[in-house]
Every structure is written in structure tokens, then in C-alpha cells.
Design a protein around this ligand. Sequence first.
Ligand code: BGC
Length: 506
Amino acid sequence: MPAVVVSNGGDVPHFEGKITFYVILCVIIAAFGGFLFGYDIGISGGVTSMDDFLKAFFPEVYERKQHVQEDNYCKYDDEFLQLFTSSLYIAALIASFAASRVCTVLGRKPTMQIASIFFIIGVALQAGGTNILMLVFGRIILGFGVGFANQAVPLFLSELAPAKMRGALNICFQLFITFGILMAGIINYFTSNVHPHGWRISLGLAGVPALFLLLGSLSICETPTSLIAQGKNEEGKAILVKIRGTDNVQPEYESIVAACEAARLVKDPFKKLMKPSSRPPLVIAILLQIFQQFTGINAIMFYAPVLFQTVGFGSNAALLSTVITGLVNVVSTGVSIYAVDRAGRKVLLLESCVQMFITQVVIGAILLIDLKPTGALNGKEAWVVVILVCVYVMAFAWSWGPLGWLIPSEIFPLETRTAGYAFAVSSNMLCTFLIAQAFLSMLCHMKAGIFFFFAGWILVMGLFALLFIPETKGIPIDSMFEIWKQHWFWKRFMTEDEDEDDKVHQ
Ligand code: BGC
């Protein structure tokens, strides 16, 4: 493999261009799609631990919570309560396949605009909710928004970025997810003291970024790749001049045209994805997302307030601890932006597995030994749990969090990129749904064992990263084929016969 000294996944290393103010503006506006995703993740845990909300929609859970003799691990276990959180992700899963089509046919920008309209309608239904159906329906519409935004935003960011800054700009999506989660934590902290409608404020405030995304998206451009793929070559070239801040865009323009022409030869990207030669990126993209969720991160992100109450904090202290973990999440994502193109992806993935494994096992051990079904941890121990959770979140935030979105965006060839990415997004949503739906029941049945369960997964994903994920730092996207060909395992899928077979079918 020739030594290519470019940042993550640059298509062609030598194109002229700089980061213009317009690109920064577009990145910030688009990344609000990530903010909304993060806000949804962060808001539900706090809302479902608010008494006013429980009294209005889940009176049995509220009653159970009042009885101190009730099992610590089970007081929040309620299928409907979990459905409130999880329904969003099943909707997002379905929507991501539709979004992949819209993204190809209409473009990235309209897909983001559709997402923001879904967000606005969903928020209105939730904040104004008077019964459980309205709430769940609102969440489903929000889920459509997440499906559309998560498909379009990372692709938009990658296509807009100059090649050598693709990694850093792509991780802005994750950075905004973490901002969203943090903001939700802060808002919940204040609204939990606003009775009886604080939860409506929490849910309703998502309307502000949604409106910002809708209005802001009027001023951003479509990506040159998307325009050229739709046959609007002149417009695509003009946008390229604008975003690169130079007239000398001919080489990049020609390479996009060539990539689009090659992609056009593939009539059915989903069929192409089923071919053996697509197996390495497809398997890695799907497994990365599954593993990302089975780190157990969303047990923390959704249910941190519930979890912290379980170990003995009062509801305000529990919400405050959520703000602390949220801050750690944001700052550590910044570390990843810095390290990803220097240390590489694999080091981050492996180091974090060690860190997450140790913290999960220690949390599990503390709870196993000291948290009985009734009573609470002592104050010191409860704080040790908060610190361990922070160390765990830190590891996730500079590794499996951003890389779960980045690596799938850089390992597919152009002809299967949007289709392959839809599989990545939907796998993420499916597993997010499973964790959101099952976590509180698992906590109730497995008690402290839930932490050992996630630790087991972390061991498996560490081994997978070690053996099956090749380093993609500094490798141009169009050279990925070479990586698979040289990999001890994946090379078996890269036979010449397979390529010939593809061409015959095209
Ligand atoms: C994951 C989310 C998670 C978030 C935490 C994202 O990459 O997809 O499920 O809640 O990171 O920051």
C-alpha cells in the first residue's frame, strides 16, 4: 500500500481548496440534525423520571416509585414507559431506507428539510400531548425526522468537506449529538422544578433547533456530488467553486463526474451490496453500529437520571449528574476530532474497549456487593459510580460514538455509499430501539448483572476491532478496495472473478 499522507478517507489528496466561511455555516446548520437526534436521546430519560409526567401518563409507575420497600432495580420497569422512549427508533429505522432513496433522487438538502418538518410536527404533538397515544405518535413522527436527518447529514458533511478535513467535519455530527444530549440534561434539570408542565417545556423546546434547521437549510447549498449525480453538472461546478473558495476546481470536478458515471453503471445498489465484494464494508458498517449500541451507552444516555436515582441520589442530584456526564461526553468528542486522523481509528477503538470494560465491571461489582433491592448506596459510593460512569462515557465519546458514524461513511465505494449507509443507520436504530425497550426490564431482572452483560459485549467488540477492522486513517476512499485485498480475512471476498461477474451483470 503506498503511503498516502492525507487525513481520513480523502478521495483524492491533492485538490485545491480551503475551508470557507460558507462551508462552516453549512456544517453548523446541517449538524443541527445531529443536535435534534441528541436532544431526543437526552430528553426522554429526564422526562420519564419527572413525577408530573408519570402522574399524567404512567400512574402505576408513579405509585410504584412512591413505595420505598419496592425493589430498587424494578421501580421504573414499565413496558409503556419504555415504549415512550423506544418507539422513536423503530420509526427511524423504517424511515432510513426511504430517506436513502430521497437522498439519492432529490438530494441531501431536501432530505434534511423534510427531516426538520417531521421534527416540528413531532415536537408539537409531544409537547401538547394529552394522552399516551398522542405522545407515542409524536415520537414516531420525530423518529421519521431522525431517520431522515441521520441519513442525510453525515453524507452531506462528508461530501461538502475538503478531502483532508473529512474526518474532523464528519465528527461535527457526533459533536452536535453530544451538544443536544447535554442541552437536554440542562433543560430537564430546570424544568423538573416547574410544576405541573415542566415536561412539556422539555419536549417543546426541541422546536427551536428544528425551526433553526428548517430556516437555516434554506440558505445552505446542495452538495456538488449530489447535484452532479442528478445531472446538474454546471450548478454542481459553481457550488464547488463557492465552497472551495477557488476557481481551480477542475480536477475535483472531473473526479466527481467520473465517480458519478461509475456509480450510474450500477443499476441496483442494494443488489450490488449483496455481492461478496461488498461484504467487508457491509459487515463492518453493520457490526460497528450494533457494537456501538451494545457498549451500553444508551442505558446511560436514556436512563442516567433513573440509574442515578436507583443508586440513591435524589431526583435533582440525579438530573445534575446527567449534566456532568453530558459535559464529559461533549469534551471527549473534541478529543476524538483531534486524535482520529493522528492516532488513527483502531487505537481509539481498542483503547476505549479496555477503559469501558474495566468501568462496567467495577460498577457492576459495586452494585452487586452494596446495592440491595431496598435502601441505597452510601453517598461516597454513589459518587464513585458517577465518576466511573464519566470515565466510561469518556471512552465511548472518543471512539465507538463518532467512529460508528465515520467509518461506515468512508468504507463504501460511491456506487453503494448511500445504500450501505442506510444499513448502518438502520442497524443503529434497531439496536437503539432494543436497548431503549429492554434496558429497564433487564435492570429489573439482571440487576447489577446488566453491567457484566455489557462488559461481555465490549470484550467481543474489542476482539472484532483487533482482528477485522483495518486501519482507514489517511487512506483515500477510492483506495479502500486495496485494504480489503490485503486483509488476512477480507481478501477472500475480493476475487477477480467476482468483479468480472459484476461487470457482466451491469
Ligand atoms: C449514538 C447514540 C448515543 C450517542 C451518545 C451516538 O453516536 O449513536 O446512540 O446516544 O452517540 O453521545
